[in-house]
Write a protein that binds this ligand. Structure first.
Ligand SMILES: Nc1nc2c(ncn2[C@@H]2O[C@H](COP(=O)(O)OP(=O)(O)OP(=O)(O)O)[C@@H](O)[C@H]2O)c(=O)[nH]1
Ligand SMILES: [Mg+2]
Length: 255
């Protein structure tokens, strides 16, 4: 927590890094923000609506500034939450919106429209967003229990999202959620995750399905029902990795 609090991007013009979460419906994007927020607040929080429904629970674009403790001191990151990706075209997050989000044109609380892409208002569009407002790291949030069931169509959609992001050279990480639900040993004792060959095989599966290196697949368990905080290390080290990746990107002077 201390390392995250003290983190300062190398580039002076950027005071906090913006991390974009993308992933299938119900993968745990909103829960990841809630989990990080809970850790820094020292109690369970559920600011971002999460849950399960046939389609995405998150319908608005939200940019959540990280906040520390009861004084709510701003932390050096913003987590950006999106609507879930669905396999059919015309449903879920509109792929065309991703570019507008990456460029920092989409405002907080924009209501997603799966059938029509975001249109910036003309005045704003004429002025390109500053580097501070753009996305510095993308996180694919993938449910470990569903990776084997992912349809070819969804995989193709994610691949086209990924090639769009690759072309902008924005660093990408995969967050593999719900590791507690994949295996009873891990559910009982989260530390057994490091020794689990089953988890290892899931990490490899996420890596090959998404085309991100194995070293960039980070297993986590979000807070979903706990009354106590107890899975911080995985969550915080995932966030720390995101900050480092964003910093590498900024260090490369993307303008
Ligand atoms: N057991 C377990 N449940 C989780 C985990 N992460 C999320 N969940 C649960 O999964 C469900 C969906 O989580 P959300 O955070 O709403 O998922 P989302 O990706 O934001 O989904 P949409 O906004 O609908 O696209 C919720 O009921 C969460 O409590 C996890 O790591 N472990
Ligand atoms: Mg959500």
């Amino acid at each position: 927590m201390e390392m995250i609090r003290k983190f300062k991007p190398l580039m002076k013009s950027v005071s906090k890094v913006r991390i974009l979460m993308i992933g299938p419906v119900g993968a745990g994007k909103s829960s990841f923000f809630n989990s990080i927020n809970s850790i820094f607040m020292g109690r369970m929080t559920s600011k971002a609506m999460s849950g399960s429904a046939g389609t995405s629970v998150t319908t608005q674009y939200r940019t959540y500034q990280g906040k520390d403790g009861p004084e709510r001191k701003p932390l050096p990151f913003v987590l950006c939450d999106t609507m879930g990706v669905e396999e059919q075209s015309g449903a879920g997050l509109n792929i065309e919106d991703i570019n507008s989000i990456l460029q920092g044109q989409v405002p907080d609380r924009y209501k997603f429209n799966p059938t029509a892409p975001f249109k910036p208002d003309d005045q704003k569009a004429s002025r390109p967003a500053s580097l501070q407002e753009k996305i510095h790291c993308v996180v694919y949030v993938i449910d470990a229990t569903k990776i084997s069931l992912m349809s070819d169509k969804l995989e193709e959609k994610l691949a086209s999202i990924r090639s769009q992001i690759n072309s902008l050279a924005i660093p990408q990480i995969a967050l593999m959620t719900k590791v507690d639900e994949t295996c009873p040993h891990v559910q009982k004792d989260l530390q057994s995750l490091y020794a689990s060959s089953y988890i290892k095989s899931k990490v490899q599966e996420v890596s090959s399905r998404l085309g991100v290196p194995v070293s960039c697949v980070l297993p986590v368990k979000n807070y979903s029902q706990e009354l106590e905080l107890n899975c911080d290390v995985l969550l915080l080290s995932a966030l720390q990795q995101m900050l480092r990746f964003a910093d590498d990107y900024l260090d490369d002077d993307p303008m």
